[in-house]
Design a protein around this ligand. Structure first.
Ligand code: IDP
Ligand code: MG
Length: 149
């Protein structure tokens, strides 16, 4: 079963969109296996966004993601990485389709509400950065046979 890592970013929490955003992944069929509410530290932000280090927006990005609390979630499901990315929408909200989270609720790239892993490999690394094994519960959900073939 594929895993992906989601951050409900500070702007989404501040705007009261936490439930709306979690709902969209949940109703897609993804299974929550870990979730917590925390303020991301500077060092964890730099680790999570290491691939963007040195880019002109890096300092602003770290400042944004550490500015107030977030909700982090590990999800499981068939095609979890691609499914979550589709549900999130394009990185630039002006290019995000209506019906996606960013297409429905965001206007600017630096306030795009949600993070989702871009590959299976990165998903596992990101989950490992935020959760211990003991904090993850891969559970058999009663509705799984109605969602996973
Ligand atoms: P993604 O979140 O859709 O995977 P990435 O390219 O991995 O997009 O960028 C990570 C995050 O960095 C974006 O979600 C956005 O918040 C921020 N970001 C990316 N490019 C820019 C930019 O050009 N200006 C400001 N922020 C940016
Ligand atoms: Mg990315």
């Amino acid at each position: 079963m594929e895993r992906t890592f989601i951050i409900v970013k500070p702007d989404a929490v501040q705007r009261g969109l936490t439930g709306e955003i979690i709902k969209r992944f949940e109703q897609r069929g993804l299974r929550i296996i870990g979730m917590k509410f925390l303020r991301i530290s500077q060092s964890l932000a730099e680790k999570h966004y290491a691939v963007h280090a040195g880019k002109p927006f890096f300092a602003g990005l770290v400042n944004y993601i550490t500015s107030s609390p977030v909700v982090v979630i590990a999800f499981e499901g068939t095609n979890a990485v691609a499914a979550a990315r589709k549900t999130i929408g394009a990185t630039k909200p002006q290019e995000s389709e209506a019906g996606t989270i960013r297409g429905d609720f965001a206007l600017e790239i630096g306030r795009n509400l949600v993070h989702g892993s871009d590959s299976v490999e990165n998903g596992l690394i990101e989950i490992g950065n935020f959760f211990t094994e003991a904090e993850l519960n891969s559970w058999p959900r009663n509705t799984d046979p109605w969602i996973f073939e």
